[in-house]
Design a protein. Structure first.
Length: 306
């Protein structure tokens, strides 16, 4: 009897281990083929001028609006069970004529709490909202199509001089990447939710099946295909800077802190601007944080600033 019980227990442990490995550790995807997108195409789009302007982008800045800790495997299968920082960032592209383009909108205090962010920087969100109000163009890495595009197609398109948008509709609704080519020739690819952390594209690790099957809806094979595309773009252009969607370690060429239209650093506001519109929140931001039983480890410390 004891021997049979041991065999049963061993079989259950093996099944549990296999399920654990398949749901969290396996980075394989059966049909993740790289897309036919080349760096030459992106450069050509960035060189086109859809709005007959003459300004060119000269710098990029960023703000960290919120952050929390998430088990690494949920973001990149097989990257480990250790918790790692999952940050929500917004970016500002500055042009040589003093104009700016905003990349992403941050989120409200209520959305940050709903999504389980342990730290929310109200001053950073205030600066993001001020920059949005002064921005010549509002682009987004997640959420609804940019306001300037009446109907966003699946093909990459030029959004402004130096900027090309790469829709990834097969992944989930509203997912996209953005390519920026600065006037000095430096190139940046914002990977968004396709590659939330560097391990995603450097090691070709799509998110764990547990994440895409149960925490939010996304096509894992499509993600794998786009990760292969990012790697191919980087191989063709070794100087291309890849910005992971939710990683705190941004390339050095991207400087911290948004600036105002007169070129001076914003000072933190006393309170967040309260507009009537709530910025869109993506599946990554909510489903990997909303609720209590999410297989997520939340950071400690002083949680809310401002």
């Amino acid at each position: 009897m004891t021997r049979k019980l041991n065999v049963v227990l061993m079989a259950l442990l093996l099944l549990a281990g296999a399920a654990f490995a398949w749901l969290l550790l396996d980075a394989g995807a059966a049909h993740g083929e790289a897309k036919p997108l080349t760096i030459k195409q992106l450069r050509r789009l960035a060189s086109s001028d859809p709005h007959t302007g003459t300004a060119t982008p000269v710098a990029i800045r960023y703000e960290v609006v919120a952050r929390k800790h998430i088990v690494s495997d949920l973001l990149a299968a097989g990257s480990g069970l250790k918790p790692r920082v999952f940050a929500l960032l917004a970016y500002q592209v500055l042009f040589d004529d003093g104009s700016t383009v905003a990349l992403d909108r941050g989120l409200t205090r209520g959305q940050a709490k709903e999504a389980g962010f342990s730290h929310f920087d109200i001053a950073a969100q205030t600066r993001v909202e001020r920059a949005l109000a002064a921005s010549a163009l509002d682009l987004r890495l997640t959420g609804q199509a940019p306001p300037h595009a009446a109907l966003e197609s699946a093909a990459p398109y030029a959004a402004s001089p130096g900027i090309a948008v790469i829709p990834t509709p097969g992944v989930n609704v509203g997912a996209r990447m953005i390519y920026v080519r600065l006037a000095d020739g430096r190139e940046v690819l914002f990977a968004g939710d396709i590659a939330p952390i560097p391990d995603s594209w450097t090691q070709q690790r799509p998110p764990a099946r547990l994440a895409t099957a149960h925490l939010y809806k996304a096509n894992r094979d499509e993600i794998a295909g786009w990760l292969g595309t990012i790697a191919a773009l980087r191989a063709a252009a070794p100087a291309l800077h890849i910005v992971a969607g939710h990683d705190m370690a941004v390339p050095r060429l991207i400087e911290p802190g948004f600036i105002d239209t007169s070129g001076h650093s914003h000072r933190p506001g006393r309170s967040m601007a309260r507009s009537g519109e709530n910025p869109p929140i993506s599946n990554w931001q909510c489903r990997l944080g909303c609720g209590k039983a999410r297989a997520i480890e939340v950071a400690g410390g002083a949680p809310w600033s401002g």
